[in-house]
Write a protein that binds this ligand. Structure first.
Ligand SMILES: [Fe+2]
Ligand SMILES: [Fe+2]
Length: 472
């Protein structure tokens, strides 16, 4: 049997669209599709709240917050890509569940450790709006559980909002402990105000102070677990990774001193450049410290660790040299996994060369042949992937810029500027920055920061007369 002609197929499709226009509209991504998804999502929220015995208006309020969250997320308002509605709903359920369990067990409502989740979300994601939305949603729901108590809503909202502010951008554990203690006092203070400056039920004040203090300690205890669950990394962990007594960094320092020095400079460049464009400077610095750990396998094959007269590549074919050089990315990722480094740090290792060309050995391979037959550029490119965040892209640029300026015989300000501009332009033209969100304005800023930092490093030195000279 012959297949129906193409025009017949199109007619059939058009006909089915006419018959089921509504279904087609709902299946197509767009406003109506979104509305349908939200209606379907809202149904279980209304069902659960009515089963628990909360007023249905609270469910409507929750749906409105979810719509607002999705609106911000889709417009890429959040810097962290790992924030998803599912993660936030999971944390909300934990917060609400703790409240529900404590109320159900019949003990005082002041035992509810309300500030734990707001603090946790702020430290994990560093997004104030997300933390605030979660605080408001949890406060309203828990207060609705206790007979729509306006007094408890005020205590929860005040302590929740202040907890977010206190731990935002936190870098030290002691800050979280101090925040917990302060929150205990604040919670007790709000209760004192609600009681019109009277000490009614003094036990409640003690519970609230202890609650705040315990919350700070609990947050620190559960933080590593949530970092692992959400595959994210906090400032506290980043600072721990910056310690050069960490096994991997210690090995780099002792076994590949040239790479250690190179990584420090790349870290300084990446930190300064990230600050200038509002990216995560600490993440970029620590990512830079670890970006070349793969060189530990064969440190003597990398120029920064070689003695002036000894080049291991002189006796090797360009193809073999290329393999050794390119392998440091793969080996770095394997070492990082073995040492259980965070996936966010591993991204720096695998993306810091993108799919750039190993130009030096590509040129040498071409020079060895009379005609360039058989030598393909693709064979001399790193496997990638290209940087997918501002921080990894900055480390790619800082790495290339540091390596290029190190070879300058007379690093004057003009020459440094020329090299920095050339490298950034070449990386851009080569498509290495295609998958990150750097704008042209960002690149301009990064370039001027690199010139300033490198200019400070290679500044002309005063020629001191030596001791011998002085005594003569
Ligand atoms: Fe590298
Ligand atoms: Fe490097």
């Amino acid at each position: 049997m012959n297949a129906p002609p193409a025009c017949h197929k199109i007619m059939l499709q058009k006909k089915s669209n006419k018959i089921f226009p509504f279904i087609t509209l709902v299946k197509t991504p767009g406003t109506l599709h979104d509305v349908m998804i939200f209606i379907l999502g809202a149904i279980p929220v209304f069902c659960i709240t009515s089963i628990i015995g909360i007023n249905p208006s609270v469910a409507a309020f929750l749906v409105a917050l979810v719509v607002f969250f999705e609106y911000l997320r889709r417009r890429q308002y959040f810097k962290i890509k790992k924030i998803s509605l599912l993660n936030i709903i999971f944390l909300f359920v934990l917060n609400f569940g703790a409240g529900y369990f404590i109320i159900g067990s019949g003990v005082s409502v002041f035992y509810i450790p309300f500030t734990i989740i707001p603090m946790l979300v702020t430290i994990l994601f560093g997004e104030l709006i997300v933390s605030m939305l979660l605080t408001i949603a949890s406060a309203v729901c828990v207060a609705a559980l206790i007979g729509n108590s306006f007094a408890l809503l005020l205590i929860f909202l005040t302590s929740g909002i202040i907890s977010v502010i206190l731990v935002f951008g936190v870098r030290r554990r002691i800050t979280v402990i101090r925040a917990g203690f302060l929150l205990g006092l604040i919670q007790a203070g709000v209760l004192f105000l609600l009681n019109h400056f009277k000490m009614i039920n003094s036990g409640a004040y003690v519970i609230l102070i202890a609650n705040g203090f315990a919350s700070g300690i609990i947050v620190l205890g559960i933080l590593p677990l949530f970092e692992y669950l959400f595959k994210t990394i906090t400032n506290i962990t980043l600072l721990e990774l910056a310690d050069f007594n960490q096994p991997l960094l210690n090995r780099v320092m002792l076994e590949a001193p040239g790479t250690y020095h190179h990584s420090l400079i790349v870290g300084n460049l990446a930190d300064a450049a990230s600050r200038s464009i509002g990216a995560n400077a600490l993440l970029a610095r620590i990512g830079a410290y670890y970006h070349d750990i793969g060189k530990l396998q064969k440190p003597e094959y990398f120029s920064e660790n070689q003695k002036l007269t000894d080049n291991k590549h002189d006796t090797l074919a360009p193809n073999m040299s290329k393999m050794i050089i390119m392998n440091h990315v793969k080996e770095g990722v394997e070492m990082a996994q073995k040492y259980h480094l965070s996936p966010q740090i591993i991204e720096f290792i695998e993306q810091h060369h993108g799919n750039s060309l190993v130009y030096y050995f590509y040129r040498r391979a071409l020079e060895r042949l009379e005609e360039d037959q058989g030598i393909k550029e693709e064979g001399f490119r790193y496997p990638g992937p290209k940087p997918n965040s501002k921080e990894t892209a900055i480390v790619l640029l800082a790495d290339a810029v540091e390596a290029a300026t190190r070879t300058l015989k007379e690093p004057t300000a003009g020459r440094i500027e020329e090299v920095v501009h050339k490298i950034i332009n070449n990386k851009f033209i080569d498509g290495q920055l295609d998958e990150c969100d750097l704008t042209l304005k960002d690149m301009e800023r990064i370039s001027s920061v690199f010139v300033r930092v490198l200019g400070g490093m290679y500044h002309p030195r005063v020629d001191y007369p030596d001791h011998k000279h002085q005594t003569e």
